[in-house]
Structures are given as C-alpha cells and as structure tokens.
Design a protein around this ligand. Structure first.
Ligand code: URA
Length: 238
C-alpha cells in the first residue's frame, strides 16, 4: 500500500499535469468517498481508492488492462492514417497514461483486442515466444471444404516465411465460415494463409485469446472493459 497526495494520484491516473489536477481539486471537481476534497496535498492510500472527477466515478489502478471489442474501420496504429485509431474509443485519460494496443488487428478485422499501459505486459503478450492461442473466425469468398481445413492444418507456405505456417486447430463453421486457431501472430497471417490455400478472406473476427472469450465479456462493438486478475491469468500459457 502507498499513500499519495491527491494531485499526484489524479496525475498518475491520467487526468493531466499535477498543476492542472491541483486546480481541478481546488475548484471542487474531485470527490473521495462521497465528499468533495479541495486540498490537493491531502494524502490517500491508493490501493482500491474510489474517487470522482466531474461527478464520474473511477477506481485507482496502478496499470490498465483492457479488452476492446474492435469495430471494423479502426486502425491499431498510434498514428492512424486512413481511419480513426482504436485509442479514440477510450477515455482521454487512458491515452495520457500511454495505453497501447497489444499487438495489432488489421483495420477491417473486428473483435477482441487487448490494451494496456503496462510495458512489460505488452512486451510479453506480443512476444513470439509467448504461445497463447488466438481464435479467429474468417468468412471466406469460396466455400470452406475439407481440403481447405486439411491444408491449413498441414501447413501453407507464405512467400516471406522460411517454414510453412500451420493452424493449431481449424474447423468449418458454415459453408463460408471457418474457425482458425493460431499461435503465431504474423502480419496478415489469417488472410495470407487463406490466400495461400486458394481461398480469400472477406471478413475476419478475433473471438478469443488464450481462454479469454470475447462473448463472455458482453461488449458491444466499440465497447471496452477492464480485465480482472482472473481474466488476466487466462492470457498466460499453462
Ligand atoms: N490475421 C490477419 O490476417 N489479420 C488480422 O488482423 C489478424 C490476424
């Protein structure tokens, strides 16, 4: 547990510079336990601290671990060029905390995207050594056939990859829908594997990372939620 002054607490949570946060506090815009606090030098235990800013409730968090149901036509890049960035779907103070997407989804891919401001967590989750299966549902241009499934399981050669890439598991969901589970996260991997197997991906959705299922989070497209400790353990390979 650590005690911090209220201006530093708000600054650490992304509400602005210490000076700006001190002004918010002096202006009576910040509440703790239902009471307005106007002295920015008052110190509080940070662990579990509940506070309000402009009447909106927040809980102090050392780091942010978020799941977003990414809509189509949003870029994962920090400097998006053709579409809005996924960061624009989050509260402003999260951006000030330097929240970043964990890995990338293409602008037209939808579904589960993790986001965090914890550098080592992002690094670990994005590392090729971190073998957490990711589940994708791809809609295909041509019908899904047993041959397509067999080719993806057997391995397909992509022109810039030394060894064929295989799906961990793969199954037909519908005439034009296939579920593909991958351990690696190569550039456009699902789309390129389907193209190498002589089909074409027309829509792609990530439904699961490790044991964390998008459906279980109950997020509409464009919505995000915090991940708790139990959900985070699902992202660690057993
Ligand atoms: N594979 C792709 O082709 N695109 C993605 O966005 C993710 C995996």
């Amino acid at each position: 547990m650590s005690k911090q002054t209220l201006d530093r607490i708000l600054q650490s949570q992304g509400f602005g510079t210490r000076k700006w946060c001190a002004e918010l506090i002096a202006d009576g815009e910040v509440g703790i336990n239902g009471a307005v606090v106007t002295d920015s030098r008052f110190a509080f235990e940070t662990g579990g601290l509940q506070f309000t800013v402009f009447g909106e409730a927040w809980t102090w968090r050392e780091h942010l671990y978020l799941a977003l149901n990414k809509p189509a036509n949003y870029e994962c890049s920090r400097k998006p060029s053709h579409h809005p960035g996924v960061l624009s779907l989050l509260p402003e103070q999260f951006i000030r905390r330097d929240v970043q997407p964990v890995g990338r989804l293409d602008h037209d891919t939808t579904g589960l995207l993790l986001m965090s401001d914890d550098g080592p967590f992002i690094h670990k989750q994005s590392s090729p050594k971190h073998h957490v299966p990711k589940v994708y549902v791809a809609t295909t241009h041509d019908p899904v056939t047993p041959q397509l499934v067999a080719r993806l399981l057997g391995g397909v050669k992509l022109h810039d990859e030394p060894a064929p890439l295989t799906a961990l598991t793969c199954r037909m969901l519908d005439t034009h829908q296939i579920e593909i589970v991958l351990e690696q996260g190569k550039y456009h991997q699902v789309k390129r594997m389907l193209a190498a197997a002589e089909n074409h991906c027309t829509a792609l959705r990530r439904t699961e990372i490790g044991g964390l299922k998008l459906d279980a989070l109950g997020l509409a497209e464009g919505e995000w939620c915090y991940l708790d400790a139990a959900q985070l353990t699902l992202l660690t390979p057993s």
